[in-house]
Design a protein around this ligand. Structure first.
Ligand SMILES: Cc1ncc(COP(=O)(O)O)c(C=O)c1O
Length: 378
């Protein structure tokens, strides 16, 4: 890795009202929430500065130029051209998960979610009186995969209504293969289920795997799906708040949009500006980022080799799902916190013997965090 990478630069975020940096005392290195310690790309900063200099910030809408930038991005990277009229613009992706569950299912209906998983996918079902059924991930050939047989059993239950996918999967970094997605689609079709696919991490593939949007599989998949994407994780603009849903089925789109209109605000004007700049001009930056993150992931693998910690091969995301069960502790999260590293506790995602480490940070910070974590583990 080049020692002169722009991603080596340390930005002091202590006085920037950062959730990540405010959570723990100053002597703890925060390596938790999915927010990177990198500046956003120059093209984003410039577009924002230019727009702020205009001085008017009234109600707004997603311009055609943003829609075109999204379409070009999806076509170039995923060989998938969403129709601009099928997009619903949102201030974030989490609200769309909850909104989808409440709009497209009834209390008492079954929501099927591969897990451990980013907690809003399970919470969306839990806090709306739906029946949550999680499908366990298991390790096969050094990769987290779902047990399709368990999925088939869940989908066959008479109250089954919806599958919530996270692809690429957080945590674990699995990028679903075409075969896997086709198997899931076959079940959704057979049992007439809606598929909500959270693809927020799709631009952060760290391997040779290719991201395949669920909706791009075939026309039936498109018609029964809500695809959720956002530039926030990739370009580090989560604080601005923008995401979009792609809903090709007009009845579903109308239902979703009218539920949205009542309770979810429109995206922020500056978020729209940042999203457009990121998708249109951020590609060289994104490529460098992905290289940097891949090297960070490999570095973690090297450092933990020979310790009781384990990390299954990650295909995507900057969120390492570390198995700490080899330590034989009740609470591995607390163990690492006591050593000065603030990780995400695995129990937040459904497994208390794991911790999640965010390696979207300069290498020097990662080294320091690993030094503290591994000090007496070799
Ligand atoms: C899978 C997944 N979905 C959604 C989100 C959050 O989306 P937003 O900030 O747009 O609400 C995250 C953040 O970590 C995530 O990992």
């Amino acid at each position: 890795m080049s020692s002169t990478s722009q991603f080596d630069q340390i930005t002091d975020r202590n006085n920037l009202n950062s959730d990540k940096w405010a959570k723990y005392p100053e002597d703890v290195i925060p390596m938790w929430v999915a927010d990177m310690d990198f500046d956003s790309p120059m093209c984003v900063k410039q577009a924002l500065q230019e727009r702020v200099s205009k001085g008017v910030f009234g109600y707004t809408f997603a311009p055609k130029s943003l829609i075109e930038a999204i379409q070009t991005h999806c076509q170039t990277h995923y060989d998938w051209l969403p129709n601009g009229a099928h997009l619903v613009h949102l201030p974030g992706l989490v609200c769309a998960l909850h909104l989808s569950v409440r709009t497209f299912s009834e209390p008492g209906e079954r929501i099927i979610v591969p897990a451990p998983v980013y907690y809003h996918l399970t919470r969306a079902a839990e806090i709306s009186d739906r029946v949550l059924e999680t499908i366990p991930f298991e390790v096969k050939e050094n990769r987290w995969t779902i047990d399709i047989e368990s999925m088939a059993q869940a989908c066959a239950k008479p109250d089954a209504k919806m599958i919530l996918l996270c692809n690429p999967h957080n945590p674990g970094g699995t990028v679903y293969t075409r075969n896997e997605l086709e198997a899931i689609h076959a079940l959704a079709k057979q049992h007439d289920l809606i598929v909500v696919s959270d693809e927020i991490h799709c631009d952060l593939i760290l391997s040779q795997s290719k991201h395949i949007p669920f909706a791009s599989l075939n026309e039936d998949a498109a018609q029964r799906s809500i695809t959720l994407m956002a530039p926030s994780k990739t370009y580090n603009i989560a604080g601005l708040g923008y995401a979009f849903a792609v809903i090709p089925n007009s009845a579903l789109r109308k239902q979703f949009s009218s539920a949205r209109g009542a309770i979810v605000p429109a995206p922020n004007l500056l978020a729209l500006v940042a999203a457009e700049a990121a998708y249109r001009d951020g590609e060289p930056w994104r490529k460098e980022l992905v290289n940097y993150l891949s090297a960070n992931r490999d570095y973690i693998q090297q450092r933990i080799a020979g310790t009781p910690l384990q990390l299954v091969g990650m295909e995507a995301t900057y969120l390492a799902w570390i198995d700490a069960s080899g330590l034989g502790l009740y609470d591995p999260y607390q163990y690492f916190l006591d050593r000065g590293v603030g990780l995400s506790p695995g129990k937040d995602f459904g497994h208390g013997q794991f911790v999640r480490l965010n390696f979207g940070c300069p290498r020097a910070q990662l080294e320091k965090a690993l030094d503290r974590m591994l000090v007496d583990l070799y």
